[in-house]
Design a protein. Structure first.
Length: 320
């Protein structure tokens, strides 16, 4: 199977790409320019053309792991991401013959917290009716719908991965998220963390290597499925939730120093529920492995941050 990971420079995309052998990966000849939509759309169109020629008649998967949106993003910011995704789907349709389309699968990285923020009856599963409460969640659900319509019309298989709070090395600090990476960075630099949520806020935190493995295994299961269905939803989550207070306490035990904490308020974040719980009931064979413990994940994030600071300096590590 030939794979193309869009967003390969990000936390999730990089993790997904690591699940494959080098020879299976399609690598664009130039870096995608996400800051310029017109140039980006042109680049994606050209890479769709090249990828369609590379795959020929073999099985293929495109992983859409891109996007800089967060729960604090505006409708305008998310509309631009939706337009980019629409142009991507248009380019796939224009460059892949119908038979070639049916040899492949498109994975889309969505947000569990975003689409289920206002849903009822926890724990939420793949069968729960989504009810987003933010521009980010609405846009993610709209993009899921675009992909679903694309699949209905052209017959290509799809997997939508609704991912909880992803963490790992090289978290994008510019997105003003990534609690675990922020805690590690603050301990390393002895700087305070500005928290916008109460310590009892409970969330699901999934380590990037675990999330990537779940995603790739789910895709392989979906590709091998012989039933008429060609659309799948998969919750990509850890086995249990942790509160912010839990994580701070574990970090104190692991690193033998207490993180410095300050508290602030954010109107958009304040609207989020105090606890969101998930339970995956679909493609469950993709979950049959031992997940990374939070203490281990914290140590790995800290080790990578420390190495990066020594190599590049504190400010550059913060910007990556």
């Amino acid at each position: 199977m030939k794979v193309w990971v869009i967003g390969r420079g990000g936390l999730l995309g990089n993790g997904v790409e690591k699940q494959f052998r080098f020879g299976d990966i399609y690598s664009p000849t130039e870096k995608l320019v996400w800051s310029e939509s017109a140039q980006l759309q042109s680049q994606i169109a050209e890479n769709c053309r090249q990828f369609s020629q590379v795959v020929s008649d073999i099985q293929w998967t495109i992983f859409w792991c891109a996007g800089k949106g967060t729960l604090s993003s505006t409708t305008e910011q998310m509309s631009e991401e939706t337009r980019n995704f629409q142009e991507f789907l248009k380019s796939v349709e224009q460059n892949f013959a119908l038979k070639r389309l049916q040899n492949g699968l498109i994975f889309y990285a969505s947000s569990a917290g975003g689409v289920y923020a206002g849903s009822e009856n926890q724990p939420f599963t793949e069968n729960t009716t989504p009810k987003p409460t933010s521009a980010y969640g609405v846009a993610k659900l709209n993009q899921e719908d675009l992909l679903r319509e694309f699949s209905d019309r052209l017959g290509v298989r799809i997997v939508v991965g609704r991912i909880s709070n992803l963490y790992g090395a090289n978290q994008d600090f510019s997105k003003n998220q990534g609690l675990i990476s922020t805690i590690c960075y603050s301990i390393l630099r002895r700087q305070p963390i500005n928290l916008f949520v109460p310590l009892e806020t409970s969330r699901n935190y999934v380590y990037v290597a675990d999330a990537s493995r779940i995603i790739v295994d789910a895709v392989k299961i979906a590709m091998a499925d012989t039933r008429p269905t060609n659309k799948f939803i998969k919750l990509v989550v850890a086995d249990e939730n942790l509160t912010v207070g839990n994580i701070i306490s574990i970090a104190k035990t692991v690193f033998r120093v207490r993180p410095l904490i300050t508290a602030s308020s954010n109107a958009k974040i304040d609207k989020q529920p105090r606890s969101i719980n998930f339970k995956s009931v679909a493609l469950v064979d993709a979950d049959l492995f031992c997940k990374t413990r939070i203490s281990v994940g914290l140590k790995r994030v800290m080790a990578d941050l420390h190495t990066d600071i020594l190599r590049n300096g504190a400010q550059r590590a913060r910007e990556q």
